[in-house]
Design a protein around this ligand. Structure first.
Ligand code: FAD
Length: 496
């Protein structure tokens, strides 16, 4: 996708813009397969055929015509990874069946929903357990029951059409599971909280094959961990129940100053945005080649007065300002980067679960790193950041305001620890050519931001990733992981 195309999909870019297998167990019983002794024999075609027969959903193998498409994630550089099998699970029992199958054969398991993991860790060389086929959405009386395979465009539009919303991220093809399990930052988060804050209960198949209904009373530690502890760590979520808010019209706005004012704008924005009324969200976006900068935002009511305050903080000048009022669904489609397109078109193309035959939403080659800022950037840091936007195209930073409802819970109330943070910076390198720049800008900002990062922007190079993602919640998360996945079945390089 072209850089501009991505920008409309990004969070900080409103205006400028990813065989003998036992039959299925009953829900809430352990998979019978899990206690069988592990086999040391390689997994042969007969085993895979048996797994396929034991599933209500579809198992795709390398010899199948759909394999080339089924194995792909959102970011093309992971296309080299060739899973032994991809199971499109139709229900929690299919998931339990897969867990038992993989455990007996010591096959690595990767869990996948929307496939947007920045490090490619929702695929692997073993069995991919894909939840995309579980994509139902039912909304009534302030609640939404959402299948674990739902994509964000469907969450926004189908709930919106029923007059309801769950605050969530913007990219239409991101999966609700990965997003929610890691937190879920979006343009309505300052008003209504992170996506995980709206979670009332979640159904999870744990590696022992049990189907667990988790909430504040049942498996409360697992429920706590599912709200920010990161995807793929504790089990496979199969269904999520959210508390919804009423959806109404939204005011989308953008404010631009010339690039020569970049340092003033950044300084002024950071003093305004995280402390603005919760009904207002904004993100500051800097792009390279030629460098430009924009503040894009969204408000539940007319933001005119607050935009004046922002201009005052920046120290005047004559910014270009635009404010547009739209209904909820139209705004969500705009944010998703598919304004004017049908919902079908906002999906990835194809006929597999999660895709649509008329889908047009493209994949993007890019890499990203993040910092979570607990303090405003000092002048040196601002100068450093702005100074990194002098060169080639394909470099961006999206800085999303936090605070508001995100900051109301305490760091230990859910597994998402960054409650006191002011904003989240995401550095993005498009194409293959900007990776050295990405590394440099992140390193240059590190002394000012001291290593806090967002688990949903998973960074394979991050050294102290445990502390960066989880902060004070790390030990409790590690204990929860040891309780629910004692054998370490769900492994990837940054698994707990
Ligand atoms: C273009 C783009 C835009 C984005 N925009 C936003 C945004 O606006 N706000 C935001 O907060 N984040 C955003 N993100 C980051 C996004 O939240 C994470 O990448 C998220 O993990 C993606 O979830 P997924 O289901 O699409 O990906 P996947 O790669 O399928 O999964 C991500 C992780 O969750 C695990 N997982 C997936 N499904 C399950 C399940 N059912 N049960 C247990 N574990 C599971 C996977 O194993 C993997 O570790 C964006 C990412 C991209 C690429």
């Amino acid at each position: 996708m072209e850089r501009r195309g991505f920008l409309v999909a990004g969070l900080g870019a409103l205006a400028a813009a990813c065989s003998g297998e036992p039959r299925k167990p009953d829900a809430s019983t352990p998979a019978r397969t899990s206690s069988a002794p592990p086999s040391t024999a390689p997994t042969g075609p007969a085993d895979w055929n048996a797994l396929a027969r034991g599933l209500e959903g579809k198992l795709i193998r390398p010899e199948d015509a759909a394999y080339e498409q089924a194995r792909r994630l959102y970011i093309p550089r992971f296309d080299r990874i060739r899973p032994a099998g991809i199971a499109y699970c139709a229900n929690p029992q299919d998931v339990a069946e897969c867990m038992g199958f993989a455990a007996r054969r010591k096959l690595p398991v990767a869990v996948r929903c929307g496939g947007h993991n920045y490090a490619g860790w929702s695929t692997g060389t073993g069995l991919v357990v894909d939840v995309s086929a579980m994509d139902g959405i039912e909304a009534e009386q302030g609640r939404a029951v959402v299948g674990a395979g739902v994509r964000l465009i469907d969450l926004h539009v189908r709930l919106g059409e029923a007059g309801a919303l769950v605050p969530a991220g913007t990219c239409p093809t991101v999966g609700v599971s990965g997003l929610t399990l890691g937190g879920g930052l979006g343009a309505l988060s300052r008003a209504y909280g992170l996506t995980c804050d709206r979670l009332e209960s979640v159904q999870v198949v744990t590696p022992d094959g049990r189907v667990r209904e988790c909430d504040a009373r049942r498996d409360p530690e697992l429920f706590w961990a599912c709200r920010g502890g990161g995807g793929g760590n504790f089990g496979v979520a199969t269904s999520l129940v959210f508390r919804t808010e009423r959806a109404g019209d939204l005011h989308e706005f953008s404010v631009r100053w010339p690039w020569s004012r970049a340092a003033d704008v950044l300084r002024g924005w950071q003093r305004w945005a995280p402390d603005a009324p919760p009904e207002i969200w904004s993100g500051l976006q800097i792009n390279s080649g030629p460098a430009d900068l924009e503040i894009a935002g969204m408000a539940l009511a007319d933001p005119g007065h607050e935009i004046e305050k922002l201009a005052g903080r920046v120290g005047g000048g004559d910014p270009e300002t635009a404010v547009r009022r739209r209904d909820h669904v139209a705004t969500m489609k705009l944010l998703a980067g598919c304004s004017g397109q049908s919902v079908e078109e906002c999906h990835a193309p194809g006929r597999l679960p999660g895709q649509r035959p008329g889908g047009r939403f493209p994949r993007t080659e890019y890499a990203a790193k993040s910092h979570i800022a607990y303090r405003d950037l000092p002048d040196d840091a601002i100068k450093t950041l702005v100074g990194h936007f002098t060169g080639a195209e394909g470099r961006s930073v999206l800085i999303d305001a936090m605070g508001g409802a995100i900051g109301r819970p305490k760091p230990g109330d859910t597994a998402f620890p960054h409650r006191a943070a002011r904003f989240c910076l995401q550095y993005i390198a498009y194409g293959g050519g900007n990776r050295a720049w990405l590394h440099d800008v992140h390193q240059a900002m590190e002394p000012y931001l001291r290593g806090a990062a967002y688990v949903n922007y998973m960074d394979p190079d991050l050294k102290d990733w445990r502390r960066a993602y989880y902060g004070p919640n790390l030990d409790r998360l590690a204990r929860t992981n040891a309780t629910y996945d004692p054998a370490g079945t769900l492994r990837f390089p940054q698994a707990l």
